[in-house]
Ligand binder design. Sequence first.
Ligand code: FES
Length: 102
Amino acid sequence: MTQETAVAELEKLPQERPFAVFPSGLPVLLVRRDGEVFALENRCPHMGCPLTSGRLDGWTLQCPCHDWRFDVRSGRFLDAPELGLKSYAVRIENGKVLVRLP
Ligand code: FES
C-alpha cells in the first residue's frame, strides 16, 4: 500500500542541490532541477551512505563515499542498470511537494 505525503515546500527546496527529508523516518532525497522534482531513497545500495552531500552533475548524482553514479530521474545505477535507488513518484500541489511512499 502506498500513501502520498507532503515532504517539503517547493519554494524552500534548493535548485540543483540534493535535499534530505525524513517522512515517517524514511530517508528520502529530493532533487530539484529544470523545473522538476525527483524523490529517491537516500541510501546508497553499495554500502548505505546517505547521498545528501553527493555531487550533482546534470542528471547524475555521485555518491560521496565511493563515487557510484545514479540517474536522478530513475534512480538507476549508471554502471549496472539492475542496481539502483528506489525512486518515488512526486506531485506538486499548492506549493507543496507530495511524494508517494510505500
Ligand atoms: S556507499 Fe555509495 S558508492 Fe559506496
